[in-house]
Design a protein around this ligand. Structure first.
Ligand code: AMP
Length: 307
């Protein structure tokens, strides 16, 4: 490993690093690893913001439900570290063991409880406790890393809304910087969970999430603004249940981008949200109704050494 990138594996080492960096501007990218172009775009953004960039890679047990994929979540450590290094990351915080962050166990510690209005719908409805676990670990990481900037993907729009509100409500001294969703050429949003999609049929069904978003955007461009009409029409155009038996739509909704509350009428400030299962794999996506999706060129692949 390049001597310039530090691998930090426990909390005293993060505190030591932070003392060394007291005169630096620190930009932070929290992740769960299995890095892809989406994460790398966040790192590139962080490099424009700070004199030092730190990435955390931690599969946080507190944000997984009992029947979710915590144990089988991909953890390609060496590859992730090599990618961080090639993208000019200064330090990676890679806790050697979840117990370092939860020394007294998960269930006996203080937790951040985000407001119900932001967690009762959408992903919060099907993943009870997920956002509390996510917000708790993010606040712990902010307190350890003490970044001036933290970059989060719009891919996880509900998460981003919750983090923004937590930082406002709890006076956390960090500026939250959003970064646009990076997608494959066929529209599928990059995700570490895409690794679970194996067959062409599964892939065709995974693509339906972005097809729903694009179709609703097209209807909006044609001056359709009634939310239920647009969502229903897009659904009937895109999802043919006979063709896609493994595709189970969980939600397809429209919210105000700032409040995250459902809207009856679409405006330029409306965010479309979608979640679905393709067989056992749960995928999410979202887009502003007024902003056409940006797709990666067909040839784009992660290559080590590329910046
Ligand atoms: P995760 O590793 O899934 O916890 O994601 C870490 C960060 O990367 C979060 O801020 C995500 O929103 C962001 N992210 C994940 N996928 C993408 C993507 N396709 N485009 C942009 N950001 C992403």
């Amino acid at each position: 490993m390049n001597r310039f990138m530090r691998l930090i594996e426990d909390i005293p080492a993060v505190e030591q690093l932070r003392r060394e960096w007291q005169h630096e501007t620190v930009a932070f990218v929290p992740t769960m690893g299995a890095l892809h172009e989406g994460h790398l775009s966040l790192i590139s953004k962080a490099r424009t913001l700070g004199s030092r960039v730190i990435v955390s890679i931690f599969v946080n047990p507190m944000q997984f439900g009992p029947n979710e994929d915590f144990s089988r979540y991909p953890r390609p450590k060496e590859r992730d570290l090599a990618l961080c290094e090639s993208y000019g990351v200064d330090a990676v915080f890679y806790p050697a063991d979840p117990a370092l962050l939860y020394p007294n166990g998960l269930h006996t510690m203080t937790q951040v409880v985000p407001p119900k209005a932001l967690t009762e719908n959408f992903c919060g409805a099907s993943r009870p406790g997920h956002f509390a676990g996510m917000a708790t670990v993010v606040l712990k990481l902010f307190n350890m890393v003490q970044p001036q900037y933290a970059v989060f993907g719009e891919k996880d729009a509900q998460q981003l809304a919750i983090i923004r509100q937590m930082v406002r409500d709890l006076n956390v001294p960090v500026e939250i910087i959003p970064a646009p969703t990076v997608r494959e050429a066929d529209g599928l949003a990059k995700s570490s969970r895409n690794a679970y999609i194996k067959t062409d049929t599964e892939r065709a069904q995974a693509r339906l999430l972005s097809r729903l978003l694009i179709t609703a955007q097209e209807l909006y461009q044609q001056s359709e603004a009634d939310t239920s009409h647009v969502l229903e029409t897009a659904r009937s155009f895109v999802i043919n249940e006979a063709l896609y038996p493994d595709f189970a739509l969980e939600y397809f909704a429209a919210v105000d981008q700032d409040t995250f509350q459902p809207v009856d009428e679409l405006t330029d400030n409306t965010r479309l949200l979608v979640a679905a299962k393709v067989g056992p794999v749960r995928l999410i996506d979202n887009a502003l109704v007024s902003e056409p999706l940006r797709l990666l060129p067909q040839t784009s692949v992660i290559s080590l050494g590329t910046r």
